[in-house]
Design a protein around this ligand. Structure first.
Ligand code: DX5
Ligand code: ZN
Length: 218
């Protein structure tokens, strides 16, 4: 069985010294860099934008997993490609023409992801799952790090896994919000392939140990 993909979220890093945090991720067994882009409209918080993603790209030795929590994401797809995104994930709730948005992301050679808020049902993906490389299930309401994990996520993972199996796609299931060493195993058992973690990894006294504890949770 493949090991879980671990994507540390730099939202919980030190914005005054992101280069040091990039090196921590590079040197660890983590797989991706999770970058949370918030516009203060789709979510009640503003994080960072394109220039910061470009700066991180210079130091990152692993793929950039970019999570857009913004309205009208089509306007910025090309910009995020230029800034260095490898996976570009948009929110279902922010896309009126989701099919078009996914094709646009793929036309730039990026992997296309769709994120669902906690209240958004898996069934809404039935007719689009074949076009999605990654589904990012929010296990907290998006906008902030350090929130409490929502337990209904386990059932959503199982439903999504069933849909992916039925449609015979290679879609990656990624979980974002409140992930830690206590729930990681249950998440991967339910069908998660990738785990995002911000606070758990960055507030841990030993960065590598924190990554490894999630990584071995298969
Ligand atoms: C929340 C972000 C998450 C966040 C996770 O809107 O999408 O990626 O950084 O942080 P933790 O792991 O602390 O819940
Ligand atoms: Zn995120």
């Amino acid at each position: 069985m493949n090991k879980t993909i671990i994507s540390p979220s730099l939202l919980s890093g030190d914005f005054g010294n992101l280069q040091a945090d990039c090196q921590k991720i590079n040197k660890s067994n983590a797989d991706w860099f999770h970058l949370d882009i918030m516009d203060g409209v789709f979510v009640p918080n503003i994080s960072f934008g394109l220039p910061v993603v470009s700066a991180i790209k210079k130091h990152a030795e692993k793929p950039l997993d970019v999570h857009l929590m913004i309205v009208e994401p089509d306007r910025y797809v090309e910009g995020f490609k230029k800034a260095g995104a490898d996976y570009l994930t948009v929110h279902y709730e922010a896309c009126t023409h989701l099919h078009r948005t996914l094709q646009l992301i793929k036309s730039f050679g990026m992997k296309a992801g769709v994120s669902l808020n906690p209240h958004t049902p898996i069934s809404l993906l039935e007719d689009i799952i074949v076009d999605i490389d990654l589904v990012l299930l929010m296990s907290v309401n998006p906008g902030f790090g350090g929130q409490k994990f929502i337990k209904e996520t386990y059932d959503k993972i199982k439903k999504l896994k069933k849909l992916i199996t039925e449609k015979n796609t290679n879609t990656i299931i990624e979980i974002d919000g409140g992930v830690n060493d206590k729930n990681a195993k249950k998440l991967t058992e339910a069908g998660a392939d990738a785990l995002v973690a911000g606070n758990y990894i960055f507030k841990h006294e030993n960065f590598n140990e924190a990554v490894n504890s999630l990584k071995s949770s298969v």
